[in-house]
Design a protein around this ligand. Structure first.
Ligand SMILES: [Zn+2]
Length: 91
């Protein structure tokens, strides 16, 4: 059995990336009426919500927005995976 066959049969886990500096989310909205976009903001949905409220305040017919949210995931070896060392990934 070659090493790639072992990796293909191994178990993996999927989780949200929690490394230092990784945002829990990046938020940005786009006005449906004029396509103007808010700044993209890390970890602060409220800032984007306020942008939408201010945008509607300045353009009272612009009341619909599309929210785009980015989040980061990671895949690590499960405890039964030969690449797992001490409960965390081995590189
Ligand atoms: Zn607009």
């Amino acid at each position: 059995m070659n090493p790639s066959a072992i990796i293909k049969a191994a178990e993996w886990t999927l989780s949200v990336e929690a490394a230092d500096g990784a945002p829990s989310g990046i938020f940005q909205v786009q006005c449906i009426a004029c396509a103007e976009m808010s700044p993209a903001v890390d970890d602060d949905r409220l800032a984007v919500e306020l942008w939408a409220m201010k945008h509607t305040g300045a353009n009272t017919a612009h009341r619909q927005f599309k929210l785009a949210t980015e989040s980061f995931w990671r895949v690590d070896p499960a405890p039964s995976n030969p690449l797992c060392e001490g409960g965390r990934r081995a590189l």
